[in-house]
Design a protein around this ligand. Structure first.
Ligand code: 4AD
Ligand code: MG
Length: 431
């Protein structure tokens, strides 16, 4: 029996017989020869079936093979510098595993709604597979980097009794006799964990019932949330820029083939090196007014504003110290100017918008308690969070990096919906 190989590892078997297992991506035939494009998840290879070199049954089987039929293909590995991947398989035998009749996603153009309805099949397309590979490498880069910096991974709960961010965007569900909400952010739990372990991070799904139908919004998206004890605003930004630089350079290194397939200009990504430029909210307001936007101090920036601002730079830019009134209740005010908080949003270039939101957290018990009153938040539900300020409270900071927006930017995609295997979008829960 020939050894089973993957397409990626086939170079070890030049001149030898192997068995490949995969799916038929495409087929071209002339009278005497079939060219089968086989993919197996590790790569794509051309398998050449010549009449006379295989038995007649095998040759006629090939005549009827359709897109996405699953196959075992036996053959001899040939080196061929002209071939994609550098190798070809001279087929000696074929076994069909599962037929595929009328595969709905044909090489012609399909509308995005049709593709989303068939997302379970669409992920087999080369572009989609490339994006999912990049996603996996982004995750790897995050854990490699943070683990290497002495962070401990902690997993916060998905079902929570209260909200972390804006209460209007909560998904409610029942928890026996109580109400529960799907987490919007693990941050508060990560603050507790930072007091136990020093430097921690989470990586997991978060949920926002946002009625936004934009290229940047998902209903279910993943966040990376580091939290650091004894860490101020400045150090927080340093960790963010180092992490983002590491992610981008790791992807450029490990995903050259995928980025090329996606048509991404890698030179643009190579410029993404720490330190990143920083401007204050005040400077951003001034810049926007000088560049055709009308914004008053205190306004939130919309996506056209963020896009124009970010396009003024060749790498992500921090906008720091937003108005206190605009931001979440837990953010530490600037001691010199309490009307602004020690926070920053990191805006990606090329219109991808905010990829990180982060801040120093309030560590003073009395101040945090007064914020609960100002924001009309039920203090009983947050008693445990206040406890963190009663027992050895320390200055601490953290941030949330939106995984899908980061991937959309790195891959140069039009929409975040392609960055996750099964996107949850406004009014779309299927498949
Ligand atoms: O700025 P946000 O809301 O920050 C927080 O939730 C903090 N509690 C995080 C923390 O400090 N630990 O969200 C963080 C990031 C945003 O910058 C954005 O990249 C992403 O999460 N994000 C979304 N991504 C896709 N779809 C949505 N609906 C998103 N909402 C936020
Ligand atoms: Mg934000």
């Amino acid at each position: 029996m020939d050894p089973v190989s993957t397409i990626m590892e086939i170079g070890q078997y030049i001149g030898q017989g192997v068995t490949l297992r995969g799916w038929l991506h495409n087929k071209r035939s002339s009278g005497k020869i079939h060219f089968l494009q086989l993919r197996d998840g590790t790569g794509m290879i051309q398998c050449v079936v010549v009449r006379g070199e295989v038995d007649d049954d095998t040759f006629s089987l090939c005549q009827h093979l359709t897109q996405e039929t699953s196959l075992m293909v036996h053959g001899i590995v040939r080196q061929d510098t002209r071939a994609q991947g550098g190798f070809e398989l001279s087929v000696t035998g074929i076994g069909m595993v599962g037929p595929s009749v009328d595969y709905p996603i044909t090489p012609k153009e399909h509308g995005v709604d049709f593709l989303l309805d068939h997302r379970h099949l669409w992920i087999r397309a080369p572009r989609q597979r490339a994006i999912l590979r990049v996603r996996s490498e982004v995750m790897r880069a995050v854990s490699d980097y943070l683990d290497g910096q002495g962070f401990t991974r902690v997993d916060p709960p998905i079902l929570t009794p209260s909200s972390c961010e804006d209460t209007t965007e909560l998904f409610e569900t029942s928890y026996f006799d109580e109400k529960a909400y799907l987490t919007q952010s693990g941050q508060m739990y990560m603050e507790a964990a930072a007091m136990a372990l020093g430097k921690v991070y989470s990586m997991g799904p978060t949920f926002r019932a946002e009625k936004s139908k934009t290229r940047r919004h998902l209903i279910e998206f993943w966040m990376i949330e580091p939290e650091m004890a004894f860490c101020g605003h400045e150090e927080n930004l340093k960790v963010q820029e180092e992490l983002v630089s590491h992610i981008v350079s790791h992807v450029v290194c490990t995903c050259a083939v995928e980025l090329a397939l996606l048509g991404r200009d890698v030179e643009v990504l190579k410029r993404v090196r720490a330190p990143f430029p920083r401007i204050t909210y005040d400077e951003a307001v001034q810049w926007l007014n000088e560049h055709g936007h009308e914004v008053s101090w205190g306004d939130d920036f919309g996506s056209p504003q963020e896009t124009d601002l970010a396009n003024a730079y060749d790498r992500p830019v921090f906008v720091e110290k937003y108005p206190t009134a605009q931001k979440a209740f837990y953010m530490q005010p600037d001691p010199e100017r309490p009307e602004v908080v020690l926070c920053a949003d990191l805006l990606a270039p090329e219109g991808y918008g905010e990829i990180i939101g982060g801040s120093e957290r309030i560590h003073d018990y009395a101040l945090l308690k007064s914020r609960f009153e100002e924001h009309n938040l039920p203090e009983e539900q947050y008693a445990w969070y206040l406890d963190l300020r009663r027992y050895g409270s320390v200055p601490h900071s953290g941030f949330g990096l939106g995984l899908e927006r980061t991937i959309a930017w790195i891959c140069g995609l039009e929409h975040v919906r392609e960055t996750i295997a099964f996107p949850r979008l406004l009014y779309r829960l299927y498949p």
